[in-house]
Design a protein around this ligand. Structure first.
Ligand code: ADP
Ligand code: MG
Length: 371
């Protein structure tokens, strides 16, 4: 499933994973042939489930672990066996790992002192870095006296202060509550915009990945499933795994009956005929999964523009704050979920009403077969 986007010529490729494998003998494999190019200055996120291989990949990038096979390249040179302290990379982990006996200021000055920067200069730069993450009033406090979000900001300042070529962040917001995580998201994005360094980030949360990233690599079972901008991965998934991981979607199983690029006809297992965009199907007779995002369902569709139209019963309407989710059932028992603006939900139909719904073929992607 690799290589579904054009490979660039490597000119602005800063880091590459080239067929990287990591085996743990009888314990299995964490990475199974990972390929990924990371460009200078971009914010690249590894997005995938727990156990997908994100931390293993980041630890190798940081130099805390080595591949079983394959290579990691930095500016075209192998760094697979270069120790961590000889790469000018900064790493932020989920747990903040600050020195408990040092103040925030001393924690942030530490990497500079390690690099031989004189004390006065190191202190000055540490103060500036802490001011950038809005911690100027707290520089004298030890970690135990700081809230979780403040500790995470100290950890960020401690990385930024030595201006690393690459910043590696492994689920840095996972241990924070939601409000704080959203504010930290904003700060991380600001820091990246201001400093322009390359960030390699890992998360399991697709909304976080979408908000932060220039590009996302979906990683599962130790390999990259698809790489692209947040919008491309959300709107143009190449496989069912990516479609599901990027957000809610209606996934319908069926068989391709005819195939005429770019579209195909599919008969669902529940009987409906659907015109879809052929993305990942081999031809007539192939099994496929159709993905239609809930916000792409159209109520009372226009016959001319919407080839896929069905009678549906409204099972329930769930108010979700900024939108309403409508649960629908077709005559065949197929269940669908639609997302509509509240204003639309307030007039016209309610639970138990029978309406017509539909979707355009360009919003219905025929993906890989069910497993
Ligand atoms: P993620 O960060 O995406 O949650 P990890 O990279 O931590 O995933 O783990 C990927 C897989 O490798 C998991 O199945 C994990 O159990 C396994 N793994 C990680 N480290 C080791 C290890 N030291 N020994 C054996 N298996 C490991
Ligand atoms: Mg991890």
């Amino acid at each position: 499933m690799e290589g579904d986007e054009p490979q660039d010529d490597g000119s602005d490729c800063l880091l590459s994973f080239a067929d990287v494998c990591k085996d743990y003998g009888e314990d299995g494999s964490a990475l199974r042939g990972m390929n990924l190019d990371i460009h200078a200055g971009e914010f690249l996120t590894l997005l995938g489930p727990s156990g997908g291989g994100k931390s293993t990949a980041l630890m190798m990038l940081a130099g805390f672990d080595t591949p079983t096979s394959g290579d990691i390249l930095y500016k075209g040179q192998s760094i697979a066996n270069t120790p961590a302290h000889r790469r000018n990379f900064g790493v932020v982990f989920q747990t903040r790992a600050l020195f408990p006996h040092l103040t925030a200021l001393q924690n942030v000055a530490y990497p500079l002192r390690m690099r031989g920067v004189p004390r006065a200069e190191a202190t000055k730069r540490a103060r500036e870095a802490l001011a950038r993450v809005h911690l100027a009033p707290l520089v004298g406090k030890r970690p135990a006296r700081l809230a979780a979000g403040e500790q995470q900001r100290v950890a960020l300042a401690r990385i930024m202060v030595f201006e690393p070529d690459v910043i590696i962040m492994d689920e840095p917001l996972a241990s924070l509550d939601m409000d704080l995580a959203i504010r930290m998201e904003e700060e991380i994005r600001q820091i990246h915009e201001n400093l322009g360094n390359t960030v390699v980030y890992a998360t399991q949360d697709h909304t976080e990945a979408i908000a932060l990233s220039d590009r996302i690599a979906i990683i599962n079972a130790g390999a990259v499933q698809q790489t692209g901008t947040p919008e491309a991965l959300y709107e143009e998934p190449q496989n069912a795994y990516t479609a599901r991981f990027m957000g809610e979607t209606n996934m319908l199983q069926g068989t391709v009956t005819s195939y005429d690029e770019p579209s195909c006809q599919v008969t669902l297992d529940t009987g409906e005929e659907v015109t879809a965009t052929a993305i990942n199907v081999s031809g007539a007779g192939a099994r496929t999964r159709l993905s239609v995002r809930p916000e792409r369902l159209i109520f009372n569709p226009d016959e001319m523009q919407v080839p896929n139209r069905y009678k549906a019963k409204v099972l329930s309407m769930d108010f979700r704050g900024d939108h309403t989710v409508v649960h629908l059932r077709l005559a065949s028992e197929t269940l669908l979920e639609a997302k509509i603006p509240n204003a639309q939900a307030e007039n016209g139909f309610g639970t138990e009403s029978v309406i017509e719904i539909g979707w355009r073929s360009e919003h219905c992607r025929a993906l890989d077969p069910p497993t």
